[in-house]
Design a protein around this ligand. Sequence first.
Ligand code: SF4
Ligand code: SF4
Length: 392
Amino acid sequence: MTAPSLKIRETAILESTHFQKLLDGLIKRGYQVVGPTLGEDAIVYDELKSVTDLPIGYTDEQEGGKYRIKKQNDKAFFNHTVGPHSWKKFLFPSELRMWKAKRNGNTFRFLTDNEKIKKFAFIGVRSCDIHAIFIQDKVFTGGKFADPHYKLRREGIFILAVNCGKAGGTCFCASMNAGPKVSSGFDLALTEILKNDRHYFIVEIGTELGAGILHEIPYKIANDEEKYAADIVVKKTAEQICKSMDTANIKDLLYKNYEHPRWDDAAKRCLTCANCTMVCPTCFCTTVEDVTDLTGEHAERWRKWDSCFTMDFSYIHGGSIRSSAKSRYRQWMTHKLATWIDQFGTSGCVGCGRCITWCPVAIDITEEVSAIRESEQTTEKKTTEGLEEQRS
Ligand code: SF4
Ligand code: SF4
């Protein structure tokens, strides 16, 4: 019997035993399938050839400055939150050759370096990370000039999203309006259900392509009870989120507080290690290196991830503009949460919590914002009380 055709926004059921067929359908279409897998004692993103490459039965525990993976007594595929990697490693690689050239007498001849990019299928993309991709879209392609390397990679991607079944200890996506429910930007969106002896996925169709791929494998249309089960998963996850950031007037708050004592306090703790920027799914600073070989016959230009936390990043003509940890931490946080809004019309933060988890000294961006906001409110209160006293 042929399965009924699927429409966008329709919801279907995929048994976990058929998940491999979903991966096979993507591989058959020429996608390089990448997603969560175990590596270096963490859940990282790498190539998936088989469903067994997923971190089956593993979860993670996260808090400020701490990350651990843990084996559980279940067969869940996606019972973890985001790890040290983000999808930017595929769309905006950490090292990229911009051009290469060969000596030609007294000059150099540029050699064609046509990039052959495989289309990526991202498996297990969380809502916060879809929002991070939207932000990088604005950064790299939303202005007058588009980054051709990003554009080339971004155009062909397939997104298999996953609604989070648990919140990590550092997540604050809800207060950034970036999760935990996946709402757009996906081809297919899964909610994983393990109930009694049954393991299945409720699948929301996001695009015709997603519908076409799902149509090739065994599925059935979800009933109301199954749809409700998916809603409950997201609701429970939202209830687990214990961190938040108050973003009301955050741009003005930070612009008004360039000289706030909290920056000195953060600077005493900050190691300027740049971890926060490396793990952040939206940070995009780069440097450019020109290299040659010992013969002097070849030259290449490479673009590499850099960070506003390194001294060299702001080096201009004889010195660094941001030589102190205070100025670098302030630059990062103010850019992320304030100047980014002026530049790109959006915050640079999606509340994924990676910068909190991977900061070796557990500096927490939500606490830094709260500290500045609370001291402002205290000052305002004292000023009002003072004025009232004068009047009386
Ligand atoms: S600033 Fe931190 S919480 Fe916000 S998107 Fe970057 S890593 Fe995630
Ligand atoms: S805030 Fe933390 S992760 Fe970021 S540079 Fe400072 S010490 Fe490193």
